[in-house]
Design a protein around this ligand. Structure first.
Ligand code: AKG
Length: 295
């Protein structure tokens, strides 16, 4: 879905936009199916190793991960995009509805930035092992802080999409709108990569409640965080980043690739095996930078 002029203006003013119904359920269903298969396989492995005693085979997607995570946090091992390297996920990275929306903000030469995650955020009551400020309840930050300073001028857009309901109770994100033009704010390591507390903008945050099909788009300078999931369901989401081809990705250790090019369509990577090979090579032969930008 292309953004309207009003939506583009809203994004430019606030540094954040929820593009309602930018996608249809058919866009994310193959990814959900792939994640469900992965979880089922991991559950059977953990069961065989006697690390879990109940497979919760009949639990729906939004509940099963939490019920398994409660028995063994190892259920999440290998589930993130770069480790699981699922074919449906690879194909989703080039999804047309997603890229049509991205194109409205970055133009028609689009690279998929390698900073990307799938986040199953289990109910906090199952989450005793996660430190506050960890992957499940990220502290206040700008995405510019997880990139090298060389990418400060790259127009990297964060695309965050829920795979189910995402409410305040479930620990949806909160953003500080309208301050993205202030550019990079200093971050510190303590408490996770987070904005130095004294430098937090004095602006009322907004909650980003959304549903499957919606797409949250954020500037790299938009401060955001998320809180604990106080519901009984898992808050599933994917966060991806896209940028104009040729600009610095801020993460030279990991592979980026062209997902759309109107001028050189032959540059678009459609080879799933090659994408997998590039990630494996990045892990087996580390080079380049993957550090966060903190003091
Ligand atoms: O999903 C979340 O709770 C936080 C995501 C986030 O910080 C990001 O996508 O940059």
């Amino acid at each position: 879905m292309k953004l309207t002029d009003a939506q583009i203006q809203e994004f430019n003013t606030n540094g954040v936009l929820i593009a309602k119904n930018a996608m249809v359920s058919g866009d994310t269903q193959p990814v959900i199916d792939e994640l469900s298969e992965f979880i089922d396989r991991r559950a059977h492995e953990l069961y065989a190793e006697e690390k879990i005693s109940d497979l919760h085979q009949d639990a729906p997607f939004e509940r099963r991960y939490g019920l398994l995570y409660d028995q063994s946090t190892e259920i999440g091992k290998g589930l993130d995009i770069m480790h699981m390297r699922g074919k449906a996920m690879f194909e989703f990275l080039s999804n047309d509805n997603l890229l049509d929306t991205v194109e409205s903000l970055v133009g028609s030469e689009i690279t998929c930035n390698p900073i990307q995650h799938v986040r199953p955020k289990p109910p906090a009551k199952f989450d005793g092992g996660q430190p506050v400020g960890g992957f499940h309840a990220v502290p206040w930050h700008q995405d510019a802080a997880v990139m090298m300073p060389e990418a400060e001028n790259s127009n990297v857009i964060t695309c965050w999409l829920p795979l189910g309901e995402c409410t305040i109770e479930m620990g949806c994100m909160q953003v500080i709108p309208g301050v993205h033009r202030h550019e990079y704010i200093r971050h510190q390591k303590e408490g996770g990569t987070t904005i130095v507390p004294d430098l937090m903008p004095d602006v009322k945050p907004e909650y980003l409640e959304c549903s499957r099909g919606d797409l949250v788009m954020m500037s790299r300078f938009t401060p955001h965080h998320s809180t604990a999931n106080l519901s009984d369901k898992c808050r599933w989401s994917i966060d991806l980043r896209y940028q104009p081809t040729g600009q610095h990705t801020g993460r030279t250790a990991h592979p980026d690739f062209v997902v759309r090019s109107r001028s050189n369509p032959e540059d678009v990577r459609t080879d799933y095996e090659e994408w997998c090979r590039l990630w494996i090579d990045a892990f087996e032969n580390p080079r380049g930078v993957s550090m966060h930008r903190t003091d």
